[in-house]
Ligand binder design. Structure first.
Ligand SMILES: Cc1ncc(COP(=O)(O)O)c(C=O)c1O
Length: 489
């Protein structure tokens, strides 16, 4: 059947709807409406024609159109409100994945966002932040409004030294801390000062590898298994190693205590530097946070942290706790003046930490993330019990292990469900799959990296539904053994 209609009721403009193909008319209509939303012809908020008139225009039964609307509401493409008809859902707007190049799968305007990356922006603690900003501005010394010192405001360095020692076991004095514009900026500065090559975990953030490369520092992959990075693969040639010891990113395990000691031994023996990306160290759910490796040897480990996971990536405030010998070169690389984050924002964060608001926000977020994680585990248990979920003891994301060869199709199926989610392979260091296969360290794993912190509270159950519908079915079990003849008495 091929039928076209110019439906003038839709915001008074023409919307040609093409129901092409044969088969179930409700499904054809749903496809046409999804495509109209995806392509942007139906913008979020657009009111759809009443189902009776669309049914008349398209020559369909009213129930067919009503059912199609209802199903698209359940999938999150449309929203229905008593008295205002059916509209394109606001969340049907394109969701831009964080740090990721767009792939054809993601170009499909997802409705749900389970790409790992950021906390739900709607839970930023506006009132408490505003109170800190007021106090900080009122108490700021005059020099806060002059050209800034590239070390960063002393008030914030003092507050962080206390906080990081108490919560992360970091050995920090304010003099060792240099503020930066997020972890990304810290890595850029370290690349400039330390030079390459670096070793990096074979699973990691591509954006970090790319920014190191753009500063002349090549990386080579270091194997990762259930105990974290295989630090026995480090050599004398490596100038530094980039690690995520508290919660391997993105596979999720902590670095084994023996490996924590081994990486420090490597640094001492070779003069290499351990760069500890402590991106979500506060978010541990099942026991006390795993302390920072930096506490083992502050002269060989740089701890890099930021508020991007705990508060917001928009603040662009991060820190490095540096070995003494690197403080002056890093400050010199930063420039003569603070050019990267505003002194008033730094003072506000200092007050936020000192007043206890930061602890309260982290505690609140920890409870919320843990609840989200539990909902994810329960949904999988109920609807996809064959899928194993790992890396759940900490952080804002988990990994769903998939049968070999099914990752890409699961990402595509998710896109089809209007869900943005990434495969584990998106995080693999280029070349690592060949190296690991050849050296049989760990086989390349198929999996999905599911960020559970981002969706708004109301959107999360639907996002989980779309996720479960995207997962591959149970792999066929081996054929049962043929029945045996009864044993002779
Ligand atoms: C592995 C990892 N490290 C660090 C960060 C923080 O980056 P930034 O402080 O530059 O926003 C992120 C993202 O939030 C991340 O995923």
């Amino acid at each position: 059947m091929d039928s076209w209609v110019n439906s003038a009721e839709i915001l008074g403009s023409d919307l040609p709807l093409e129901l092409s193909g044969t088969g179930n008319r409700r499904a054809l209509l749903m496809d046409a409406l999804r495509e109209a939303v995806r392509s942007g012809r139906l913008a979020p908020g657009t009111r759809l024609p009443p189902y009776r008139s669309l049914a008349a225009d398209l020559g369909l039964a009213r129930n067919t159109v009503a059912d199609a609307y209802a199903e698209l509401v359940a999938e999150g493409w449309l929203a229905a409100r008593q008295g205002s008809g059916t509209r394109v859902a606001e969340r049907a707007a394109p969701v831009t994945p964080v740090h990721r190049p767009r792939t054809p799968e993601r170009a499909a305007r997802p409705v749900h966002d389970l790409v790992q990356g950021q906390p739900d922006p709607s839970v930023f603690p506006r009132t408490a932040w505003l109170a800190s900003a007021r106090r900080a501005l009122a108490a700021a010394p005059d020099d806060a409004f002059g050209p800034g010192d590239p070390h960063g405001r002393p008030e914030l360095r003092r507050a962080l030294a206390g906080y990081l020692a108490r919560v992360r076991g970091v050995r920090a004095s304010p003099e060792r801390i240099v503020l930066c514009s997020g972890a990304a900026h810290g890595l850029r500065l370290l690349a400039e000062v330390v030079g390459g090559p670096w070793a990096a975990e074979e699973y990691g953030l591509p954006f970090h590898r790319e920014l190191l490369a753009s500063h002349g520092v090549g990386t080579r992959p270091l194997g990762v298994d259930a105990d974290g990075a295989r630090v026995d693969g480090l050599t004398r040639r490596d100038r530094a190693v980039l690690l995520t010891p508290a919660h391997q990113f993105p596979t999720g395990g902590p670095l084994h205590p023996a490996r924590r000691a081994a990486v420090v031994d490597w640094a001492r023996a070779t003069g290499g530097l351990v760069v500890e990306d402590d991106y979500d160290g506060e978010f541990r759910y099942d026991r006390q946070p795993v302390g920072a490796v930096q506490g083992l040897d502050p002269e060989h480990v740089v701890l890099v942290g930021s508020v991007s996971k705990s508060l917001s990536p928009a603040l662009r405030i991060g820190w490095m706790v540096l070995p003494q010998r690197l403080v002056a070169p890093v400050v010199a690389a930063k420039g003569e003046r603070e050019q990267f984050s505003s002194a008033t924002e730094q003072l506000t964060l200092a007050d936020f930490v000192e007043s206890g608001a930061y602890d309260r926000q982290v505690r609140r977020m920890r409870q919320r993330h843990r609840r989200r994680r539990d909902q994810l585990v329960a949904a999988l248990h109920a609807r996809a019990p064959h899928v194993r979920v790992t890396g759940i003891a900490a952080g804002l994301h988990a990994v769903l292990e998939l049968p070999p060869g099914t990752e890409r199709s699961a990402v595509r199926a998710a896109a089809w469900q209007g869900l943005a989610v990434e495969g584990l392979g998106d995080y693999l260091h280029p070349g690592a799959e060949h190296r690991t296969a050849a050296a049989s360290l760990v086989p390349h794993r198929d999996g999905l990296v599911v960020g559970y912190a981002t969706p708004a509270e109301s959107a999360y159950p639907e996002a989980l539904g779309a996720l479960c519908r995207s997962l591959p079915p149970v792999s066929p079990s081996p054929a049962p053994a043929p029945p045996q003849p009864p044993a002779a008495p």
